[in-house]
Write a protein that binds this ligand. Structure first.
Ligand code: NIG
Ligand code: FE
Length: 405
Protein backbone atom coordinates (compact mmCIF):
# COMPACT_ATOMS: atom_id res chain seq x y z
CA UNK A 1 0.00 0.00 0.00
CA UNK A 2 1.26 3.49 -0.82
CA UNK A 3 1.47 5.61 2.31
CA UNK A 4 2.18 9.30 2.43
CA UNK A 5 5.00 8.75 4.88
CA UNK A 6 7.31 7.01 2.39
CA UNK A 7 8.45 8.70 -0.78
CA UNK A 8 11.10 7.83 -3.35
CA UNK A 9 12.34 10.59 -5.60
CA UNK A 10 13.90 9.29 -8.80
CA UNK A 11 16.27 11.06 -11.20
CA UNK A 12 16.79 14.03 -8.91
CA UNK A 13 19.77 16.31 -9.55
CA UNK A 14 20.56 17.27 -5.99
CA UNK A 15 22.05 20.57 -4.93
CA UNK A 16 22.81 19.45 -1.39
CA UNK A 17 24.44 22.59 0.14
CA UNK A 18 26.53 20.22 2.24
CA UNK A 19 29.96 21.42 1.14
CA UNK A 20 31.04 24.31 3.29
CA UNK A 21 33.74 25.31 0.79
CA UNK A 22 33.00 27.28 -2.29
CA UNK A 23 31.24 25.58 -5.21
CA UNK A 24 27.88 23.97 -5.71
CA UNK A 25 27.59 20.24 -5.40
CA UNK A 26 25.08 19.24 -8.06
CA UNK A 27 24.73 15.48 -8.43
CA UNK A 28 23.97 13.39 -11.49
CA UNK A 29 20.33 12.18 -11.52
CA UNK A 30 19.96 10.03 -8.43
CA UNK A 31 17.50 8.54 -5.97
CA UNK A 32 16.44 10.05 -2.66
CA UNK A 33 14.50 8.05 -0.12
CA UNK A 34 12.26 9.76 2.41
CA UNK A 35 10.55 8.13 5.36
CA UNK A 36 8.38 9.78 7.97
CA UNK A 37 9.42 13.29 6.96
CA UNK A 38 13.17 12.64 7.01
CA UNK A 39 15.75 11.95 4.33
CA UNK A 40 16.92 8.41 5.00
CA UNK A 41 19.04 7.51 1.96
CA UNK A 42 20.66 9.32 -0.92
CA UNK A 43 21.90 7.67 -4.09
CA UNK A 44 20.51 4.34 -3.00
CA UNK A 45 19.21 1.50 -5.12
CA UNK A 46 15.48 1.73 -5.66
CA UNK A 47 14.02 -0.11 -2.66
CA UNK A 48 11.34 -2.72 -3.04
CA UNK A 49 8.88 -0.02 -4.08
CA UNK A 50 5.99 -1.56 -2.22
CA UNK A 51 4.68 0.98 0.26
CA UNK A 52 6.49 3.91 -1.34
CA UNK A 53 5.01 6.79 -3.31
CA UNK A 54 7.25 7.30 -6.37
CA UNK A 55 8.05 10.69 -7.89
CA UNK A 56 10.13 10.90 -11.05
CA UNK A 57 12.02 14.22 -11.02
CA UNK A 58 13.10 13.63 -14.64
CA UNK A 59 16.51 15.19 -14.09
CA UNK A 60 15.16 18.38 -12.50
CA UNK A 61 17.18 20.30 -9.92
CA UNK A 62 16.29 19.63 -6.31
CA UNK A 63 17.43 22.05 -3.62
CA UNK A 64 16.64 22.22 0.07
CA UNK A 65 13.27 23.95 0.50
CA UNK A 66 13.98 27.65 0.90
CA UNK A 67 13.68 29.21 4.36
CA UNK A 68 12.51 32.81 4.71
CA UNK A 69 14.06 33.64 8.09
CA UNK A 70 12.65 37.17 8.54
CA UNK A 71 9.07 38.21 7.76
CA UNK A 72 6.29 40.34 9.19
CA UNK A 73 3.73 38.32 7.27
CA UNK A 74 0.84 38.96 9.67
CA UNK A 75 -0.58 42.48 9.41
CA UNK A 76 -3.64 44.44 8.35
CA UNK A 77 -3.82 47.67 6.37
CA UNK A 78 -1.78 49.06 3.50
CA UNK A 79 0.96 51.69 3.43
CA UNK A 80 1.00 52.68 -0.25
CA UNK A 81 0.24 56.24 0.90
CA UNK A 82 3.55 56.32 2.78
CA UNK A 83 5.37 54.99 -0.26
CA UNK A 84 3.93 57.97 -2.08
CA UNK A 85 4.91 60.36 0.75
CA UNK A 86 8.49 59.08 0.67
CA UNK A 87 8.65 59.64 -3.07
CA UNK A 88 7.45 63.17 -2.40
CA UNK A 89 10.46 63.65 -0.15
CA UNK A 90 9.31 62.76 3.40
CA UNK A 91 11.88 60.39 5.03
CA UNK A 92 10.83 57.04 6.60
CA UNK A 93 11.94 58.17 10.06
CA UNK A 94 9.91 61.40 9.76
CA UNK A 95 6.78 59.45 8.77
CA UNK A 96 7.32 57.25 11.84
CA UNK A 97 7.72 60.30 14.11
CA UNK A 98 4.43 61.70 12.78
CA UNK A 99 2.64 58.54 13.95
CA UNK A 100 2.64 56.80 10.58
CA UNK A 101 4.97 53.95 9.76
CA UNK A 102 4.84 50.97 12.10
CA UNK A 103 2.14 52.63 14.25
CA UNK A 104 -0.27 52.95 11.32
CA UNK A 105 -0.01 49.19 10.79
CA UNK A 106 -0.43 48.69 14.55
CA UNK A 107 -3.74 50.57 14.45
CA UNK A 108 -5.05 48.44 11.57
CA UNK A 109 -3.76 45.17 13.07
CA UNK A 110 -5.33 45.85 16.46
CA UNK A 111 -8.71 46.23 14.77
CA UNK A 112 -8.45 42.94 12.86
CA UNK A 113 -9.57 39.60 14.28
CA UNK A 114 -7.27 36.58 14.34
CA UNK A 115 -9.29 35.09 11.47
CA UNK A 116 -9.04 38.27 9.40
CA UNK A 117 -5.28 38.35 9.93
CA UNK A 118 -5.03 34.77 8.67
CA UNK A 119 -7.09 35.55 5.57
CA UNK A 120 -5.01 38.64 4.80
CA UNK A 121 -1.77 36.69 5.18
CA UNK A 122 -2.63 33.73 2.94
CA UNK A 123 -2.12 35.44 -0.47
CA UNK A 124 1.25 36.75 0.74
CA UNK A 125 2.18 33.32 2.01
CA UNK A 126 1.18 31.82 -1.36
CA UNK A 127 3.65 34.18 -3.05
CA UNK A 128 6.43 32.87 -0.82
CA UNK A 129 5.45 29.24 -1.43
CA UNK A 130 5.53 29.80 -5.21
CA UNK A 131 9.13 30.92 -4.77
CA UNK A 132 10.03 27.53 -3.25
CA UNK A 133 9.75 28.38 0.43
CA UNK A 134 9.02 25.57 2.89
CA UNK A 135 9.77 27.36 6.20
CA UNK A 136 8.68 30.89 7.09
CA UNK A 137 9.61 32.86 10.17
CA UNK A 138 6.79 35.21 11.20
CA UNK A 139 7.13 38.03 13.70
CA UNK A 140 4.58 39.77 15.88
CA UNK A 141 5.21 43.48 16.45
CA UNK A 142 2.10 45.18 15.08
CA UNK A 143 -0.01 44.46 18.16
CA UNK A 144 2.02 45.98 21.01
CA UNK A 145 -0.48 44.93 23.69
CA UNK A 146 -0.50 41.55 25.40
CA UNK A 147 -3.69 40.45 23.60
CA UNK A 148 -2.73 41.79 20.18
CA UNK A 149 0.80 40.38 20.20
CA UNK A 150 -0.55 36.96 21.18
CA UNK A 151 -3.29 37.25 18.53
CA UNK A 152 -0.65 37.84 15.85
CA UNK A 153 1.41 34.85 16.97
CA UNK A 154 -1.65 32.60 17.06
CA UNK A 155 -2.61 33.74 13.55
CA UNK A 156 0.93 32.99 12.38
CA UNK A 157 0.89 29.49 13.83
CA UNK A 158 -2.57 28.83 12.37
CA UNK A 159 -1.17 29.24 8.84
CA UNK A 160 0.15 25.69 9.13
CA UNK A 161 -3.47 24.50 9.17
CA UNK A 162 -4.14 26.25 5.84
CA UNK A 163 -1.02 25.52 3.78
CA UNK A 164 1.78 22.95 3.66
CA UNK A 165 4.47 25.06 5.30
CA UNK A 166 6.44 25.22 8.52
CA UNK A 167 6.07 28.37 10.58
CA UNK A 168 8.61 29.63 13.12
CA UNK A 169 7.30 32.43 15.33
CA UNK A 170 9.20 35.37 16.81
CA UNK A 171 7.94 37.78 19.45
CA UNK A 172 8.75 41.34 18.34
CA UNK A 173 6.76 43.23 20.99
CA UNK A 174 9.75 45.63 21.17
CA UNK A 175 9.13 46.88 17.62
CA UNK A 176 7.87 50.39 18.42
CA UNK A 177 6.61 52.32 21.42
CA UNK A 178 2.81 52.03 21.28
CA UNK A 179 0.85 55.32 21.21
CA UNK A 180 -0.52 54.83 24.73
CA UNK A 181 3.08 54.62 26.05
CA UNK A 182 4.33 57.67 24.14
CA UNK A 183 7.25 59.20 26.09
CA UNK A 184 7.27 56.15 28.42
CA UNK A 185 9.32 53.64 26.47
CA UNK A 186 10.86 52.19 29.65
CA UNK A 187 7.41 51.47 31.07
CA UNK A 188 6.50 49.68 27.84
CA UNK A 189 9.70 47.62 28.10
CA UNK A 190 8.57 46.66 31.64
CA UNK A 191 5.34 45.32 30.12
CA UNK A 192 7.28 43.41 27.47
CA UNK A 193 9.72 41.89 29.99
CA UNK A 194 7.38 41.24 32.90
CA UNK A 195 4.22 40.18 31.12
CA UNK A 196 4.39 39.61 27.38
CA UNK A 197 7.56 37.49 27.29
CA UNK A 198 6.57 35.27 30.26
CA UNK A 199 3.10 34.66 28.79
CA UNK A 200 4.45 33.90 25.34
CA UNK A 201 6.95 31.46 26.82
CA UNK A 202 4.27 29.80 28.94
CA UNK A 203 1.90 29.38 26.01
CA UNK A 204 4.77 28.34 23.70
CA UNK A 205 3.74 30.90 21.13
CA UNK A 206 7.21 32.11 20.16
CA UNK A 207 10.46 30.37 19.31
CA UNK A 208 12.53 33.51 19.67
CA UNK A 209 12.49 37.19 20.74
CA UNK A 210 13.49 40.12 18.48
CA UNK A 211 14.02 43.85 19.19
CA UNK A 212 14.11 46.86 16.84
CA UNK A 213 17.25 48.52 18.21
CA UNK A 214 17.26 51.93 16.52
CA UNK A 215 16.73 55.65 17.09
CA UNK A 216 13.03 55.21 16.18
CA UNK A 217 12.89 51.88 18.06
CA UNK A 218 14.61 50.98 21.33
CA UNK A 219 18.02 51.92 22.73
CA UNK A 220 20.78 49.53 23.79
CA UNK A 221 19.77 49.45 27.43
CA UNK A 222 16.14 48.67 26.60
CA UNK A 223 17.23 46.06 24.06
CA UNK A 224 19.42 44.38 26.67
CA UNK A 225 16.56 44.26 29.17
CA UNK A 226 14.44 42.41 26.59
CA UNK A 227 17.28 39.97 25.84
CA UNK A 228 17.77 39.23 29.55
CA UNK A 229 14.04 38.58 30.03
CA UNK A 230 13.90 36.37 26.92
CA UNK A 231 16.81 34.23 28.02
CA UNK A 232 15.40 33.96 31.53
CA UNK A 233 12.37 32.33 29.91
CA UNK A 234 14.44 30.02 27.71
CA UNK A 235 13.89 31.95 24.47
CA UNK A 236 16.65 32.76 22.00
CA UNK A 237 17.22 36.29 20.78
CA UNK A 238 17.92 38.21 17.59
CA UNK A 239 17.86 41.83 16.50
CA UNK A 240 16.77 44.34 13.90
CA UNK A 241 20.07 46.18 14.16
CA UNK A 242 22.12 48.83 12.36
CA UNK A 243 19.35 49.43 9.80
CA UNK A 244 19.31 53.24 9.82
CA UNK A 245 22.30 54.06 12.07
CA UNK A 246 25.05 52.33 14.06
CA UNK A 247 23.93 52.00 17.69
CA UNK A 248 25.95 48.86 18.47
CA UNK A 249 22.89 46.60 18.57
CA UNK A 250 24.63 43.87 16.60
CA UNK A 251 27.49 43.64 19.12
CA UNK A 252 24.96 43.49 21.93
CA UNK A 253 23.02 40.74 20.14
CA UNK A 254 26.29 38.84 19.65
CA UNK A 255 27.06 39.16 23.38
CA UNK A 256 23.77 37.39 24.06
CA UNK A 257 24.64 34.69 21.50
CA UNK A 258 21.86 35.90 19.25
CA UNK A 259 20.79 33.74 16.34
CA UNK A 260 21.00 36.59 13.83
CA UNK A 261 21.33 40.33 13.33
CA UNK A 262 19.15 41.60 10.52
CA UNK A 263 19.43 44.57 8.10
CA UNK A 264 22.97 45.65 9.23
CA UNK A 265 23.54 48.30 6.54
CA UNK A 266 25.45 50.44 9.12
CA UNK A 267 27.41 47.58 10.73
CA UNK A 268 31.14 48.30 11.18
CA UNK A 269 34.19 46.04 11.51
CA UNK A 270 34.04 45.71 15.29
CA UNK A 271 30.42 44.57 14.89
CA UNK A 272 31.46 42.06 12.24
CA UNK A 273 34.20 40.70 14.55
CA UNK A 274 31.64 40.29 17.33
CA UNK A 275 29.39 38.24 15.01
CA UNK A 276 32.33 36.09 13.96
CA UNK A 277 33.16 35.21 17.54
CA UNK A 278 29.59 34.49 18.65
CA UNK A 279 28.52 32.56 15.54
CA UNK A 280 25.62 34.99 14.98
CA UNK A 281 24.31 34.98 11.40
CA UNK A 282 24.22 38.21 9.35
CA UNK A 283 20.79 38.42 7.70
CA UNK A 284 20.59 40.65 4.64
CA UNK A 285 17.25 42.21 3.72
CA UNK A 286 17.74 43.64 0.23
CA UNK A 287 14.00 44.28 -0.24
CA UNK A 288 14.00 46.92 2.53
CA UNK A 289 17.27 48.40 1.26
CA UNK A 290 15.74 48.71 -2.21
CA UNK A 291 12.29 49.91 -1.17
CA UNK A 292 13.66 52.60 1.18
CA UNK A 293 16.11 53.60 -1.57
CA UNK A 294 18.92 53.25 0.99
CA UNK A 295 22.42 53.93 -0.27
CA UNK A 296 24.50 52.53 2.61
CA UNK A 297 25.20 48.86 1.80
CA UNK A 298 25.83 46.15 4.38
CA UNK A 299 29.57 45.39 4.81
CA UNK A 300 29.60 42.32 2.55
CA UNK A 301 33.37 42.19 2.05
CA UNK A 302 34.06 42.37 5.81
CA UNK A 303 31.49 39.63 6.45
CA UNK A 304 33.26 37.46 3.88
CA UNK A 305 36.71 38.20 5.34
CA UNK A 306 35.55 37.22 8.83
CA UNK A 307 33.63 34.16 7.58
CA UNK A 308 30.30 35.33 8.96
CA UNK A 309 27.52 33.33 7.25
CA UNK A 310 25.06 35.56 5.39
CA UNK A 311 21.35 34.69 5.27
CA UNK A 312 18.85 36.42 2.97
CA UNK A 313 15.18 37.04 3.75
CA UNK A 314 12.23 39.00 2.36
CA UNK A 315 11.42 41.09 5.49
CA UNK A 316 7.91 40.93 4.00
CA UNK A 317 6.08 43.86 5.63
CA UNK A 318 3.76 46.69 4.55
CA UNK A 319 6.18 49.56 5.19
CA UNK A 320 9.66 48.73 3.99
CA UNK A 321 9.49 45.53 1.94
CA UNK A 322 6.09 44.49 0.58
CA UNK A 323 7.61 41.67 -1.47
CA UNK A 324 6.46 38.05 -1.28
CA UNK A 325 9.13 36.34 -3.38
CA UNK A 326 12.34 34.96 -1.90
CA UNK A 327 14.03 34.27 -5.26
CA UNK A 328 13.58 37.98 -6.04
CA UNK A 329 15.60 38.67 -2.85
CA UNK A 330 18.30 36.32 -4.14
CA UNK A 331 18.44 38.37 -7.32
CA UNK A 332 18.53 41.65 -5.36
CA UNK A 333 21.28 40.44 -3.05
CA UNK A 334 23.38 39.74 -6.15
CA UNK A 335 22.56 42.92 -8.07
CA UNK A 336 22.45 45.35 -5.13
CA UNK A 337 24.98 43.85 -2.70
CA UNK A 338 27.29 41.93 -5.05
CA UNK A 339 26.68 38.45 -3.65
CA UNK A 340 27.40 35.57 -5.99
CA UNK A 341 24.42 33.36 -6.96
CA UNK A 342 26.01 30.62 -4.88
CA UNK A 343 26.18 32.88 -1.81
CA UNK A 344 22.56 33.82 -2.48
CA UNK A 345 21.51 30.17 -2.51
CA UNK A 346 23.35 29.52 0.76
CA UNK A 347 21.60 32.62 2.08
CA UNK A 348 18.14 31.10 1.63
CA UNK A 349 19.02 27.51 2.55
CA UNK A 350 21.77 26.44 4.97
CA UNK A 351 22.47 29.93 6.34
CA UNK A 352 18.83 30.88 6.81
CA UNK A 353 18.30 27.55 8.59
CA UNK A 354 21.15 28.52 10.93
CA UNK A 355 19.57 31.94 11.44
CA UNK A 356 16.50 30.10 12.75
CA UNK A 357 18.52 27.76 14.97
CA UNK A 358 17.61 24.90 12.60
CA UNK A 359 21.02 24.36 11.01
CA UNK A 360 21.18 20.72 12.08
CA UNK A 361 17.86 19.71 10.55
CA UNK A 362 16.98 22.00 7.63
CA UNK A 363 18.60 23.89 4.77
CA UNK A 364 20.67 20.98 3.44
CA UNK A 365 19.98 17.72 1.65
CA UNK A 366 21.63 15.13 3.86
CA UNK A 367 20.78 11.89 5.61
CA UNK A 368 18.79 12.57 8.79
CA UNK A 369 17.73 16.06 7.66
CA UNK A 370 14.09 17.05 7.31
CA UNK A 371 12.64 16.17 3.89
CA UNK A 372 11.81 19.78 3.03
CA UNK A 373 12.76 20.27 -0.61
CA UNK A 374 12.09 22.34 -3.72
CA UNK A 375 12.05 20.83 -7.22
CA UNK A 376 12.87 23.29 -10.01
CA UNK A 377 12.40 23.35 -13.80
CA UNK A 378 15.95 24.62 -14.11
CA UNK A 379 19.25 23.23 -15.28
CA UNK A 380 21.70 25.21 -13.12
CA UNK A 381 21.38 26.60 -9.58
CA UNK A 382 22.58 30.09 -10.64
CA UNK A 383 19.29 30.42 -12.54
CA UNK A 384 17.51 30.76 -9.19
CA UNK A 385 19.08 34.19 -8.73
CA UNK A 386 18.75 35.17 -12.36
CA UNK A 387 15.14 35.66 -13.44
CA UNK A 388 12.25 37.23 -11.57
CA UNK A 389 8.59 36.99 -12.54
CA UNK A 390 8.59 33.47 -13.96
CA UNK A 391 7.92 30.70 -11.47
CA UNK A 392 10.44 27.95 -12.04
CA UNK A 393 9.07 25.82 -9.24
CA UNK A 394 7.89 22.34 -10.17
CA UNK A 395 6.88 21.14 -6.69
CA UNK A 396 7.75 21.41 -3.02
CA UNK A 397 8.15 18.65 -0.48
CA UNK A 398 7.27 19.58 3.09
CA UNK A 399 7.93 17.06 5.87
CA UNK A 400 8.16 14.36 3.23
CA UNK A 401 4.87 15.27 1.59
CA UNK A 402 4.76 16.26 -2.08
CA UNK A 403 2.85 19.49 -2.74
CA UNK A 404 2.26 20.96 -6.17
CA UNK A 405 2.90 24.55 -5.02
O1 NIG B 1 12.16 45.18 9.20
N1 NIG B 1 12.75 47.90 10.87
C1 NIG B 1 11.75 47.67 11.46
N2 NIG B 1 10.76 46.88 11.11
C2 NIG B 1 10.41 46.56 9.77
C3 NIG B 1 9.60 47.61 9.16
C4 NIG B 1 8.30 47.64 9.69
C5 NIG B 1 7.39 48.66 9.10
O2 NIG B 1 7.82 49.71 8.59
O3 NIG B 1 6.20 48.35 9.21
C6 NIG B 1 11.60 46.23 8.93
O4 NIG B 1 12.03 46.98 8.01
FE1 FE C 1 11.93 43.36 9.73
Amino acid sequence: MVTKSKLVMLNARLVTMTNDDKGYVCSDPTTLIIEHGKIVKIGAELPDSDGYQLHDCKGKLVTPGLLDCHTHLIYAGCRANEFEMRLNGVPYEEIARQGGGIISTVNATRQASEQQLIELALPRLDGLLRSGVTTVEVKSGYGLTIEDELKMLRAAKALEQHRKVRIETTLLAAHAVPPEYKGRADDYIDLVCNQIIPLCAKEQLADCVDVFCEGIGFNLEQTERVFVAAQKHGLQVKGHTEQLSNLGGSELTAQYNGLSVDHIEYLDESGVRALASSGTIATLLPGAFYFLRETQKPPIELLRQHNVPMAIATDLNPGTSPFADLTMMMNMSCTLFGLTPEEALRGVTCHSAQALGLGNSRGKIAKGYDADLAIWNLSHPAQLSYQVGVSHLSARIVQGELCHV
